[in-house]
Design a protein. Structure first.
Lengths: 390, 276
């Protein structure tokens, strides 16, 4: 059974009870990066660029956002210096791991003409395995959701699968709740529970910063076994637990999520959609930063001589007019209908389609909305207005 | 071993091309491996003009003649215009068949009412072939077809030959009639109002522009048909046809995967909403 199937089949919330917790130092983390590189992984982690924390290839711990945190609100993101030198003392930035797993542009195939002979040549996914450093609980859930969308049906996506199957996940339990975070409401965090190879919790000890560490897979166990480590002390384990409880208690946002499917289906004609349409710029930022938004479009092109033609696939957004265009016009021409499409798909109809909500409560859509539209607030407005009969 | 990549087209070739009306053409195409797959009435293929693009087109031919894939196409955009200009022998890309088709098994033993508007006759034609091939298994078969004008009607020779048959009733109406037209004038729903059928033992297959389908369904319900006996074929933008690009959503459904044919009661909530 492939790795992703194993991960999907793990019931959420079930921990590897027999796995030993160990403590590793900051220096051991560098050894972890080196080891992953040595095993042929392309190591990707958080790093500061353009005044944000993005995910990109990293060589050393020095490239992590040490001592930085992020201040997030609706339409607001600022990097701020921390009082300590925590390596993972921030929430999530504009990037998500879908940038690597469900790549923004993928070449699908080309057609090659050789005299009378015409053939289709599939473009192979790049031959590389990713190791992701610092994956949050909400992001592991987002990946599990994209697994369902892109691999769970009758026609698994070969490009996503190639990138996904060999990936190695170093997860981090969140030590800071962002201002727009609400994973607690979506039951997707802040504690990482499954879908990782190694998990880390950053704690402060007498000797400085260290990490309470667990393996979550056979591969994780092997990698961990080669690192300098010692058994975690009870005090450290308690400290790690406290980190998670503190973060859970500090969520910037909340959203009741148990009845969203019914609430939104009952309110597809609610006046709040007109209200949000006055603010929404239909820019599509929310869909680009969302770790689960999966929509794509295809583009065909040919060379000038007409000898070859090719098709590529790129991220698309339900906020564009083109997205729903059929001859005669767009099905969803108004901002009202496009915002409604995005939000009802994410929170309600995703459940019909894939058996899970499409929202993990990461807060990116709130932070990166240029006018600060807040999905939790929009839901609350519909809920509090007394839903219409349906 | 992984399943073949559903995003990869096969090479197909135009075998025959004929004009139905000013904007509409019917293409017969042949592709490798087609014999094995077959298709169900109501299903569609994704057709590619290399270097131009890909569009979903319903199958309009006889499902019993599996080697010959027939598509009836209205040239309304860059891809469909390029498609209808492909000459016999030219190659195109083919993916499919995809989607859920007409409920042929459920139709057995019942009267079958086919309600078509404009190009909507194309996806219904495979169902008609199937009904006529197994004629004894069904009750009365009735086709109600509306076109803008007589010159916009599809499959005219075939319609004329079916009109001579005793085992199928065909009523045709046009929106605008030239002098000399002796048939019905008006929209399709008015044909439903005047058609005699047993609503309790009928199944209705409806395909046409969304607005026409809404009015046709209203007329069927007024005539006493149950929502669960009405089926309609829907249209949305499609890029992948396998439920992964997101474009064809219609409420909670993916038209490509859960449709294009839906039982009306399963889409009722959403069909009445603007811009859903």
């Amino acid at each position: 059974m492939s790795l992703w199937m194993t991960r999907l089949s793990q019931p959420p919330g079930k921990r590897h009870t027999m796995v030993e917790k160990v403590t590793v130092t900051v220096d051991a983390l560098q050894a972890l990066l080196d080891q992953l590189k040595g095993r042929g992984y392309r190591v990707i982690g958080p790093t500061v660029r353009d005044q944000t924390i993005v995910y990109d290839e990293i060589d050393s711990l020095a490239e992590l956002p040490r001592g930085w945190t992020d201040e997030q609100e609706g339409g607001h993101y600022r990097l701020v210096r921390r009082e300590d030198d925590a390596l993972f003392g921030f929430a999530v930035g504009p990037h998500s791991w879908k940038k690597f797993l469900h790549a923004p542009i993928v070449e699908l195939w080309k057609v090659v003409r050789n005299g009378e002979d015409v053939s289709i040549v599939a473009e192979s996914p790049p031959d590389q395995r990713f190791a992701f450093i610092g994956v949050r609980a909400c992001e592991l859930h987002a990946i599990a959701i994209q697994d369902r969308v892109l691999l769970g049906g009758q026609y698994p996506d070969s490009h996503y699968r190639a990138r996904r199957e060999g990936a190695f996940f170093v997860a981090i339990n969140c030590g800071e709740a962002g201002g727009t975070c609400f994973c607690q409401s979506m039951n997707t965090g802040p504690a990482v529970e499954s879908g990782y190879d190694i998990s880390l919790t950053e704690i402060v000890t007498e000797s400085g910063r260290s990490f309470v560490t667990e393996a979550g897979s056979e591969a994780g166990l092997q990698v961990l076994a080669a690192l300098p480590r010692r058994p975690a002390m009870d005090e450290e384990i308690a400290q790690a637990k406290a980190v998670i409880s503190r973060t859970a208690a500090a969520m910037g946002r909340q959203m009741r999520s148990d009845d969203l499917r019914e609430l939104l289906e009952r309110n597809l004609d609610h006046p709040r959609w007109d209200d949000v349409a006055k603010r929404c710029l239909t820019c599509g930022n929310c869909t680009m930063v969302c770790p689960t938004c999966f929509c794509t479009s295809v583009e065909d092109s040919s060379d000038l001589a007409g000898e070859t033609a090719s098709r590529s696939r790129r991220w698309d957004s339900c906020f564009t007019m083109d997205f729903s265009y059929i001859h005669g016009g767009s099905v969803r021409a108004s901002a009202r209908s496009r915002y409604r499409q995005w939000m009802t798909h994410k929170l309600a109809f995703w459940v019909d389609q894939f058996g899970t909500s499409g929202c993990v409560g990461c807060g990116r859509c709130i932070t990166w909305c240029p006018v600060g539209i807040d999905i939790t607030e929009e839901v609350r407005a519909i809920r509090d207005s007394g839903s219409t009969e349906g | 071993m992984h399943a073949p990549d559903a995003m990869l087209p096969r090479i197909a070739r135009i075998r025959r091309r004929r004009r139905e009306s000013a904007q509409v053409w019917t293409l017969d195409i042949e592709a490798d491996g087609t014999e094995a797959s077959g298709f169900a009435p109501g299903q569609f293929n994704m057709l590619t003009v290399f270097g131009v693009g890909e569009v979903p087109i319903s199958l309009s031919g006889d499902p019993a003649r599996g080697t010959q894939l027939v598509h009836t196409i209205r040239a309304v955009g860059p891809v469909s215009e390029a498609l209808v200009q492909l000459k016999p022998g030219k190659e195109l890309g083919l993916r499919g068949p995809f989607g859920v088709g007409w409920p042929m098994a459920e139709a057995a033993g019942r009267d079958v009412l086919l309600v078509a508007g404009g190009l909507g006759l194309a996806p219904l034609r495979p169902a008609l072939y199937r009904l006529l091939a197994g004629r004894h298994r069904f009750g009365r078969v009735r086709l109600l077809y509306g076109a803008r004008g007589p010159e916009d009607m599809l499959f005219r020779r075939e319609l004329a030959s079916w009109q001579r048959r005793a085992d199928i009733d065909i009523e045709i109406t046009v929106d605008h009639a030239p002098s000399g037209w002796t048939g019905h004038v008006g929209v399709v729903p008015t044909l439903i109002e005047h058609a005699a059928f047993d609503p309790g033992n009928s199944i209705a297959l409806v395909c046409g522009p969304e607005i026409m389908m809404r009015f046709a369904i209203d007329a069927l319900r007024r005539a006493g048909m149950a929502d669960a006996a009405i089926y309609l074929s829907t249209e949305r933008n499609m890029k992948c046809a396998i439920g992964q690009c997101g474009h064809c959503q219609f409420g909670p459904t993916f038209v490509c995967r859960d449709g294009p044919v839906f039982r009306y009661d399963r889409l009722r909530t959403f069909l009445g909403l603007k811009e859903i």
